[in-house]
Design a binder for this molecule. Structure first.
Ligand code: IPE
Ligand code: IPE
Ligand code: MG
Length: 247
């Protein structure tokens, strides 16, 4: 089955950048009469599988939504357990990620993250900073609106301090103030769990991304779904406001 899907994929037309809203852990757990934490734990195992698969395909950028600026609204215990899982993920995977030449980057305001997981993630960022095979952006305490406000502040400061001429800014140079800097925008945005919304993810960067939604919960998401999303993406006609060549 998976083999068949691989055959259907056009390997010379892969997306350069995939972004995933990893959603549905809680509902996955509830369906099994398990605590939500069990869903998050199962979700982490999927992160391992999908990072590996994306790397094996030779795709250069992967952005994973791990914790949003709004997720602080959850019960304290759930936030604690998410932070513990983050720590566990980095501790158990860092060696493998480094060996596979993955560069870990964080997007979001990690100054608000508890000391232990924050230190561990900064260690991972530092250790992998020269890797170049796969850039893995982990969105942590990330919000698209807060990213844009931050960018506007940085931009204003550069103007105020005389480093930047206000007339020189355009869409491309403004992009540099975002966490994702000069990275290409996501070509493909995947959201499992059945929700059909963006939940404050990458607002600037997804202007022309192709969306792929599915009812599957994140802990059930597998290689097979990733391949299917890529195959579907390859059938899309991306027009960027223009018209098809033959029209
Ligand atoms: C995604 O799963 C994980 C995070 C937001 C951190 P959820 O916890 O949102 O799962 P549902 O949406 O309640 O099923
Ligand atoms: C989005 O999922 C955030 C992450 C996956 C980290 P949520 O579960 O927080 O989104 P909403 O609340 O359903 O929009
Ligand atoms: Mg959710």
């Amino acid at each position: 089955m998976t083999e068949d899907l691989i055959k259907q994929m056009e390997l010379d037309k892969l997306p350069k950048h995939i972004a995933i809203i990893m959603d549905g852990n809680g509902r996955w757990a509830r369906k099994r009469f398990l605590p939500r934490t069990a869903g998050h734990k199962a979700g982490v195992d999927k992160v391992k599988e999908i990072v590996q698969t994306v790397g094996d395909l030779g795709i250069k950028y992967l952005t994973l939504y791990a914790f949003s600026t709004e997720n602080w609204n959850r019960p304290k215990e759930e936030i604690e357990s998410l932070m513990k899982l983050l720590l566990y993920y980095i501790r158990s995977e860092l060696k493998t990620l480094h060996k596979n030449e993955v560069r870990i980057q964080v997007i979001g305001d990690i100054s608000q993250i508890q000391t232990l997981p924050r230190k561990e993630i900064l260690r991972a960022v530092e250790m992998t900073k020269n890797n170049n095979k796969l850039i893995l952006n982990i969105a942590l305490n990330y919000g698209g609106r807060s990213e844009l406000v931050r960018a506007a502040k940085l931009f204003a400061k550069d103007v105020k301090d005389g480093r930047l001429d206000i007339n020189s800014i355009d869409e491309e140079s403004f992009k540099q103030y975002l966490y994702t800097g000069s990275q290409p925008d996501p070509d493909l945005l995947i959201r499992p769990s059945g929700e059909l919304r963006i939940s404050n993810f990458l607002l600037y960067q997804i202007a022309y991304s192709e969306f792929w939604f599915s009812n599957i919960y994140w802990p059930d998401f597998s290689k097979k779904h990733l391949y299917q999303a890529i195959i579907d993406f390859q059938q899309r006609d991306r027009r960027y406001g223009g018209i098809k060549d033959d029209e």
